[in-house]
Design a protein around this ligand. Structure first.
Ligand code: ADP
Ligand code: MG
Length: 228
């Protein structure tokens, strides 16, 4: 299914919130890197997916009524072998949920220079607006983020990145390598393009995106569609 079909199907079924798994699949479709992922439900499926993805892996409980996964213990990081996967699977299945439960098996991404937040919200007056910030306390506590109304140009994307106060963290702070700014620019442009082409998208939250000296990877995402 292409993106248009996925979005249409969801809206028809009255499902406006895409799961992490679905959201990241869609991002991959538009050329944004994500860790290899598989959706499973049984322990056997989970173990064979783990082998396929390759250790170390992450398991997450995917259910419609679980939004902040780590708050409920639904994220199990850095699982290194079959035994750890079995234990994590048991723990995840104990988490209460009123909706269908699945497991996302994903490759554990290596530690980034820093985590980023890239988002999109719909402004009632101006339409789709893009957001950029550095993850963690910089966003949560200091609200160090930049916004632009879509569509944006390459120049706008560069400005969005440079104007946040935390920019030095991306620019080789304390001997750390410089982050791949062009990779961030590309993601902002791809999201701008996506939301302009698909007015049905109401919100997007890529949180976090791991940024490296070369490239980036989106490890968690949520896409919300408008109601029909
Ligand atoms: P939440 O729903 O709580 O936001 P996330 O999927 O963002 O859950 O996972 C919580 C944290 O775990 C992330 O902020 C990130 O630091 C880490 N994490 C999640 N997925 C991966 C992954 N595939 N590789 C490495 N770290 C990950
Ligand atoms: Mg998250």
């Amino acid at each position: 299914m292409n993106i248009t079909e996925v979005i249409k199907d969801k809206i028809k079924a009255n499902q406006t919130v895409l799961t992490e798994f679905e959201s990241k699949n869609l991002l991959q479709e538009i050329g944004i890197e994500i860790p290899a992922q598989a959706l499973t439900s049984t322990k056997e499926e989970t173990l064979s997916a783990a082998e396929k993805v390759g250790y170390p892996i992450v398991l997450k409980l995917i259910a419609e009524d679980i939004v902040h996964k780590s708050d409920t213990g639904a994220v199990k990081l850095n699982l290194k072998n079959k035994k750890e996967v079995e234990q994590a699977y048991e723990d995840l299945m104990k988490i209460p949920s009123q909706t269908e439960k699945n497991i996302s098996v994903q490759k554990m991404a290596v530690e980034p220079i820093t985590e980023l937040i890239i988002g999109m919200t719909t402004d009632p007056q101006f339409g789709p607006a893009l957001m950029f910030g550095i993850g963690g306390i910089l966003v949560e506590l200091l609200e160090d983020v930049s916004f632009r109304i879509a569509p944006i140009t390459e120049y706008d994307a560069k400005e969005m990145i440079h104007e946040i106060k935390g920019f030095p963290i991306l620019d080789g702070y304390r001997g750390k390598p410089k982050a791949d700014i062009n990779a961030i620019v590309e993601v902002l442009l791809k999201i701008s393009d996506l939301v302009i082409k698909h007015e049905e998208i109401k919100e997007m939250d890529l949180n976090p995106v791991f940024i490296y000296e070369k490239g980036l990877v989106c490890v968690d995402a949520r896409i919300i569609l408008k109601k029909e």
